[in-house]
Design a binder for this molecule. Structure first.
Ligand code: C2E
Ligand code: MG
Ligand code: MG
Length: 696
């Protein structure tokens, strides 16, 4: 008869209670061990995994057979040895493999697939265990209950790993334990409901196999083994933790300048946290904070002021840190903070935002008032790894990604950054050689008068001919050059080369050279320009230096002086990429610019996009009222050109008049331009003579 009540009626309550107690303890232990697997790396990890599988599989097996002892069959039952042992092996192997899959994949759908496999192996164990029964009776199976039992086991198996890998609160680890218990218990009791034992008439009990007494003794033994193994493992682990702590205390752990913990301490702290008594399902947020353009502050105000600013920031960060938060300084302008437990992404982001806000409050030191910005990156354990060094490095990578995207933002680490980073560092190495081995080249792009369309100048644009990777865009390598400081060397080369090549043109066009912010904060820059002008013999009035607003903002007063010195040489200054940065009115008012270059972003959607059109109109009005001519970049179509000419832009630059070209082509173009203008003048003179003659 297949009914749940009927089945329960056949179970001895004391043994059943004992089975459930073993199951609950075993499940709790299994899940604690699994948390260890997720937290460790290398060969130790395999050891923990083996233990998890052993304890988990052992729990499933012991529970089953204890419950079988509790089961009052209508006939005497014994168990066939091979099958009984096989069922244990299947449980251990299946549970280990399932946890292995879930641990390796961390967050993909394989987490649940691993749990599913655990459920499946629980079911396999149960039915193998049933097959081991030998008795003078046959079993009548109810297919419906069998299917239901397997489905329940697989479902709760999947939930077991799901709760651990995707926690929402600190209680989710108990959700994992509960799901494991349910997977085993539901499978067993539904599975037992599926089986109706029908005694055979005149059957005789087998003599040679395992009786309930022997079975009970072996289970007791198995439970003892499992328990002592787990206890031993914990003890060893705990001991290790203690040893680490005392060793660490002897090391120098603090940053001398700010008194904050240093890198070494941060690594140890993270290690203790991860390996210690951390909430099983909790995440740890590791965040890295880099102060934007801190080098400029040091360069301009001196390191004394820089140090005092760092101290102030350190004090603020320690004050802002709450319980369960940790702050360190990694030298330079990099700070690191750790928070745990974190369950949701937005908790990590809120942590980043809180510290970022603290750094961005204005600082007043020795009469200097600075407002800093910072780039923040974060990586979370276990999603981004479980090794402290890796986590710190990855938070740093995410922070650099923030810097690269313009700074003043928060970025989460993803694996792609790592790959990108590898490409970038290999490019950085190659770039060093590029300067020495002459792989750099300048291309020139025309700048034309918006109304008459005649050529008035050209912008020098850097190209890198990489021996293997081909031509690399400056959009990619200029930021690398800026990060590594190579930009100064490269910038010097560009300036010298552009001035030299411009003197070879047949027409006296202006030549515009892009200058990075690093170059502008070098007090010797104007002298360098002067020397290059002298060496090349280029008329200073033909040289135009393009600077961007971000290059100015770091220290307005200092850069203003440099700009004034440059202007006193007779060189012109253009503001590049206008509209993309801060675009503050005060910059335009305070700086004696000779040109505003509207970024191509605003020209791209002309003339249909109302916003772009409005920005361009406003900028031209502003330029006209300040008496600064406006050039629009990125002009590609006739309509765009017409709109810009009508709006009052004085010059344009873009693919409409041609792509940037190498020096050889540019020289030819200049020569043709000279000839045609000469012909025009001659033609004009001829026409004039003719007109005079007719008049006479
Ligand atoms: P930029 O100074 O704003 O230079 C203009 C960029 O716009 C160039 O890209 C140019 O090829 C592109 N461009 C010109 N006309 C059009 C157009 O009609 N449509 C479109 N879609 N694009 C157009 P490029 O050469 O890739 O340079 C990118 C950036 O790299 C430059 O932007 C500049 O910031 C930087 N750069 C280039 N050369 C140097 C250099 O020698 N020194 C420094 N510091 N930066 C440089
Ligand atoms: Mg430019
Ligand atoms: Mg530009």
């Amino acid at each position: 008869m297949h009914s749940f009540q009927h089945m329960l009626h056949h179970h001895d309550p004391i043994f059943t209670g004992f089975a459930i107690l073993v199951l609950a303890t075993g499940a709790l232990l299994t899940m604690r061990l699994f948390a260890r697997v997720r937290r460790t790396a290398g060969s130790v990890r395999l050891l923990w995994l083996f233990l998890t599988g052993f304890v988990g599989g052992g729990t499933v097996w012991s529970t089953h057979f204890l419950a079988m002892i509790a089961y009052r069959a209508p006939v005497p039952v014994t168990y066939e040895v091979t099958m009984t042992v096989l069922s244990l092996a299947v449980a251990v192997a299946g549970v280990s493999t399932g946890f292995l899959i879930a641990a390796i994949t961390q967050r993909s759908i394989f987490v649940e697939a691993g749990g599913f496999l655990i459920g499946l192996s629980i079911a396999a164990m149960h039915y193998l265990g049933m097959a081991a029964m030998e008795m003078p009776a046959t079993i009548e199976w109810s297919t419906g209950y069998v299917v239901a039992s397997v489905v329940a086991a697989c479902f709760f198996g999947a939930i077991t790993t799901n709760r651990v890998a995707r926690p929402v609160t600190r209680f989710c680890k108990y959700g994992g334990v509960l799901a494991f218990i349910l997977a085993v218990a539901l499978l067993h009791f539904t599975g037992m409901t599926a089986a109706a034992v029908v005694p055979e008439a005149g059957g005789v009990a087998s003599q040679s196999d395992v009786t309930n007494t022997i079975l009970g003794a072996s289970i007791l033994f198995a439970i003892l083994v499992v328990l002592s193994i787990s206890l031993a493992a914990y003890w060893i682990d705990h001991k290790n933790g203690q040893e680490n702590t005392s060793r660490v205390q002897q090391l120098a752990l603090h940053d001398p300048l700010t008194g904050l913990a240093n890198r070494l301490r941060a690594v140890e702290f993270l290690r203790e946290l991860i390996q210690g008594d951390l909430d099983d399902t909790a995440r740890v947020a590791v965040i890295s904070i880099g102060i934007d353009r801190f080098k400029d502050i040091n360069d301009v105000h001196g390191t004394g002021v820089g140090d005092r600013i760092l101290k102030t920031l350190a004090e603020r960060l320690s004050r802002a840190a709450q319980r369960q938060e940790f702050v360190a300084r990694f030298g330079g302008d990099e700070f690191v903070a750790v928070r745990h437990p974190v369950f949701l992404e937005r908790q990590a982001i809120a942590f980043c935002e809180r510290l970022k806000a603290v750094i961005e409050e204005p600082i007043d030191i020795e009469g200097i008032s600075v407002t800093l910005e910072c780039s923040v990156g974060y990586a979370q354990f276990p999603d981004a790894g479980n090794d402290p060094e890796d986590l710190l490095q990855r938070a740093g990578i995410a922070m650099y990604q923030s810097k690269r995207s313009g700074g003043n933002r928060i970025t989460a680490y993803t694996d792609e950054f790592d790959e990108e980073n590898r490409i970038r560092s290999s490019l950085a190495i190659d770039l060093k050689k590029a300067v020495q081995e002459g792989q750099l080249e300048l291309y020139y792009q025309l700048q034309n008068d918006a109304r008459t369309r005649v050529v008035v100048g050209a912008e020098a644009l850097l190209r890198w001919n990489h021996p293997e990777k081909g031509r690399i865009s400056p959009g990619l390598f200029i930021p690398i050059a800026e990060e590594t400081g190579l930009i100064c060397e490269i910038g010097d080369w560009v300036l010298r080369q552009a001035c030299k090549e411009a003197t070879q043109w047949a027409m006296p066009y202006t030549v515009a050279v892009n200058v990075a912010s690093r170059q502008l904060t070098d007090a010797g820059f104007p002298a360098k320009v002067e020397a290059v002008l002298e060496e090349s013999g280029l008329d200073p009035a033909r040289l135009e230096i393009e600077i961007t607003e971000s290059g100015i903002i770091a220290d307005v007063a200092f850069v203003l002086n440099i700009v004034k010195e440059l202007k006193s040489l007779g060189v012109r200054i253009a503001m590049d990429d206008y509209g993309t940065g801060y675009s503050s009115l005060s910059t335009l008012q305070n700086f004696p610019f000779d040109k505003i270059k509207i970024d191509r972003e605003f020209v791209r959607e002309l003339p249909d996009n109302k916003q772009s059109a409005a920005i361009i109109q406003a900028t031209t009005i502003l330029g006209n009222s300040l008496d600064i001519p406006v050039l629009a970049e990125g002009v590609e179509t006739e309509q765009q050109l017409q709109f810009l000419a009508e709006t009052g832009c004085s010059a344009v630059q873009g693919f409409f008049f041609g792509k940037p070209m190498p020096q050889g082509d540019f020289c030819k173009m200049a020569e043709d331009d000279r000839k045609s203008r000469f012909a025009d003048i001659l033609g004009g003179a001829e026409r004039k003579t003719k007109a005079v003659r007719t008049a006479v």
